[in-house]
Ligand binder design. Structure first.
Ligand code: HEM
Length: 470
């Protein structure tokens, strides 16, 4: 066993050494500044994976709009300023539309059959179109999406209410709400909390997150042969795939039996497979701490919605303060600090530096969304930065400057879905409850520099009290 590990490690070091010194890419990016690494490992030992967002923030302050890193031979170019990120995502969108997808975990997990981790090929463009089409079906028949969203929100709110004035951890209820509404939009069917798919989905998410979070499972990308030696993360990964396949196969069968009336994303995909022509024809919290912010949100919801009816998506335009608060939540926390890595598909350039084809590029949204020039006092939570003096929302152009959902060819498919759900959930929450910490206890600091990075940045679990506003 030990000899296998030693042999594998030696082969790995040799591979890295050869890669580093024969690599044409290293020569091309040599002029891009960046922290000096150590032999063989480059900068790999200088980052703390669970807090890599802070390392990148520090280097952005030191090196400016662009710097490079070397992870044991794998070169990464990091873009930190609005101009550099705009150039890559929008102006040169086609050049930067690839995804680095040759790691062991990504290959095993997605088997070249997903949207997120493939280069921007015709197939990916087509799949994104189908996904948007599926989501649009819900959007066009707005009542559908709103109905799904609202009934899940109401169930979650009922769970909060059932706690009375007792402290509780909101994660389970909120996770179940997200899981169920996603499953309904993907599969077009309603599920109860007890439905076997929901239970399997929760287990799949738990094991998947464990093995894909930053800092976990990386050893499998570096030493894929560890899977033959009882690696725990490999076992978790395989368990997560098994659960995923069980759910997808089951949902697909259910979906096929109700295909005529099924307008879900999965329904659109199945119809497109059966009749490709038809698819072408359709074509183309820090809130709890800031009680004054909470009071303003409650005042707005009381004025616009009142106490009795459910908030609706039509209320959105009359509720600029809630909209501004949600934008500020996503900017302040930056849930995905380096977004999803991109890869150059051709030789190109940024900020006057040549970037060769096949280089991994990270958009450092964490640094950009906390750039004091763009967002003065970046670590202050200020919904007002998104409001004009007259209380209206700032223009769409200004709002888009935060790249909350990316931009260009790889823009988030779920943007409208996520925005709608966030709005309806938070409006209902503020209508029904005053959220506060349990008596005498402290909630963790909302500063996301202190959050560990899993799939997204997430505070450590904590309890809240939801006091009914009856
Ligand atoms: C608040 C919630 C969300 C945020 C902040 C968010 C943000 C993002 C960002 C920053 C990207 C990467 C853009 C890039 O590569 O430069 C992305 C990609 C993506 N998102 Fe979201 N997202 C959210 C919710 C969702 C939801 C609910 C769905 C599904 C319904 C979704 C589906 C996707 C997909 C499929 C991609 C990959 C697109 C591609 O690779 O071309 N997202 N998202």
């Amino acid at each position: 066993m030990i000899s296998y590990i030693l042999l594998g490690s030696f082969a790995f070091l040799l591979y890295v050494f050869i890669k580093k010194y024969t690599n044409e890419k290293s020569r091309i990016v040599a002029k891009i500044p960046g922290p000096k690494g150590i032999p063989i490992f480059g900068n790999a030992l200088q980052v703390y994976l669970q807090h890599i967002h802070n390392d990148l923030l520090r280097w952005a302050e030191e090196y400016g709009p662009i710097f490079k890193l070397n992870f044991a031979g794998e070169l990464v170019v990091v873009l930190n300023s609005f101009d550099a990120i705009y150039d890559a995502l929008v102006t040169k969108s086609a050049d930067f539309a690839g995804r680095p997808n040759d790691t062991f975990r990504i290959k095993r997990l997605f088997e070249d059959d997903d949207v997120i981790f493939q280069d921007y090929t015709d197939k990916v463009r087509y799949m994104k179109k189908l996904m948007l089409q599926g989501l649009k079906m819900f959007g066009e028949e707005r009542s559908n999406l709103i109905k799904i969203t609202q009934s899940e929100i109401n169930l979650c709110i009922d769970k909060f209410a059932a706690k009375g004035d007792k402290p509780f951890n909101y994660d389970d209820a909120v996770d179940m709400m997200i899981l169920k509404s996603l499953a309904e939009v993907i599969g077009g069917m309603q599920f109860t909390d007890e439905h076997p798919y929901m239970k399997l989905g929760a287990e799949m998410t738990e094991s998947g997150v464990k093995v894909l979070s930053a800092g976990n499972g990386l050893e499998l990308d570096m030493f894929p042969w560890l899977r033959f030696f009882g690696n725990q993360n490999y076992k978790l990964m395989m368990e997560s795939y098994r659960l995923r396949d069980t759910i997808i196969t089951g949902m697909r069968q259910d979906c096929e039996t109700s295909l005529e009336s099924n307008n879900s994303i999965m329904g659109v995909f199945i119809k497109a497979q059966r009749d490709p022509l038809s698819s072408h024809q359709i074509s183309d919290s820090n809130i709890t701490k800031a009680s004054d912010i909470q009071a303003k949100l409650q005042k707005e919801v009381d004025q616009v919605v009142g106490k009795d009816r459910d908030p609706s998506i039509d209320d959105k335009e009359n509720m600029p303060y809630l909209q501004a608060t949600l934008i500020e939540v996503l900017r302040y926390l930056t849930p995905g600090p380096i977004s999803i890595p991109h890869k150059t598909l051709v030789d190109t350039s940024i900020e006057g530096y040549a970037i060769p084809k096949g280089i991994q590029v990270w958009t450092n949204l964490f640094a950009m969304q906390h750039d004091p020039v763009l967002f003065p006092d970046p670590w202050q939570f200020k919904p007002e930065r998104w409001l004009e003096d007259d209380g209206n929302l700032v223009s769409l152009e200004k709002r888009n400057k935060a790249f909350l959902f990316g931009a260009g060819r790889r823009i988030c498919v779920g943007e409208q879905f996520a925005r709608t759900r966030l709005f309806l959930f938070c409006a209902k929450l503020m209508q029904k409850f005053t959220i506060c910490p349990p008596d005498g206890s402290q909630i963790p600091s909302p500063d996301s520099r202190g959050f560990p990075l899993g799939l997204v940045l997430h505070p450590v679990p904590f309890q809240i009290k939801a006091i009914s506003r009856r």
